[in-house]
Design a protein around this ligand. Structure first.
Ligand code: AP5
Length: 219
């Protein structure tokens, strides 16, 4: 199975990818996680990505392609969920060409629909376990008891002014990726509001090709 989880910052891509990975035994490839790991390790890629991430801007396509290709090679281009990638039409074209060279169709794209007000509310209350990378929400998905408070931090790009910039980048550069996959008949819109389990079940219904009542038809 090959899936792309698509949507604006805070749509729930990482949260749902973690569920799908665990329950369906898929590889999870998040370019955001790869960049954060590179930053933490102080690698040249991390250093190149640093200023873009801090400002809420997209990292240039050639840098992204380097980390994405390495990740795809490692999982042999199969049985994966891509989260936060591709994010520009150029990235999607390179991904299509890469998969084509491996004899693979473009993945099924699950586009999570969450309005801007809700994503801002989600991101501003998101907290991360800095040791495990697990993502929580102070109200909807709090860290479990037993996780030491010192490990729970706010992502630096979850500050209000950076959130606004990330949403602007999504609207300008990432939305067109949706059209790219719509034109190829690979995209399904899924209502991303409601609790985490409800959204997961909607995604599962799409994967199993059983249209859920809450799946928004493509016009
Ligand atoms: P990245 O880490 O990919 O950030 P993002 O796309 O902005 O996505 P987020 O991680 O903010 O949101 P999400 O949709 O995963 O939501 P989550 O599940 O956490 O990228 C960071 C940066 O790296 C980018 O700005 C860019 O600089 C760079 N980058 C990465 N990839 C790149 C690429 N391909 N090209 C160029 N640059 C790239 O959920 C959010 C919150 O909501 C959490 O608190 C969660 O608990 C909560 N939540 C989730 N689901 C629900 C629900 N159903 N109900 C209530 N709360 C919920």
């Amino acid at each position: 199975m090959r899936l792309i989880l698509f949507g604006p910052p805070g749509a729930g891509k990482g949260t749902q990818a973690a569920q799908l990975k665990q329950r369906l035994n898929l590889h999870h490839l998040s370019t955001g996680d790869l960049f954060r790991a590179a930053l933490k390790a102080g690698t040249p890629v991390g250093e190149k990505a640093r200023s873009y991430m801090k400002a809420g801007k997209l990292v240039p396509d050639d840098i992204v392609w380097g980390v994405a290709r390495e990740g795809l090679d490692a999982i042999q281009a199969d049985n994966f969920i891509l989260d936060g990638y591709p994010r520009t039409v150029q990235q999607a074209l390179w991904l299509d060409a890469y998969l084509d060279a491996h004899g693979q169709e473009p993945p099924l794209v699950i586009s999570l629909q969450v309005d801007e007000e809700a994503v801002v509310a989600r991101l501003s209350r998101r907290r991360i376990d800095k040791e495990t990378g697990a993502s929580y929400h102070l109200d909807y998905n709090p860290p479990p008891p037993g996780v030491p408070a010192r490990r729970i931090i706010q992502r630096p790009d979850d500050k209000p002014e950076v959130i606004r910039q990330r949403i602007a980048q999504y609207n300008a550069l990432t939305r067109p990726v949706k059209v790219h996959y719509q034109e190829r008949g690979r995209l399904v819109d899924v209502n991303g509001t409601g609790d985490i389990e409800t959204v997961y079940n909607r995604i599962l219904a799409v994967i199993k090709k059983k249209p859920a009542a809450s799946t928004i038809p493509i016009l």
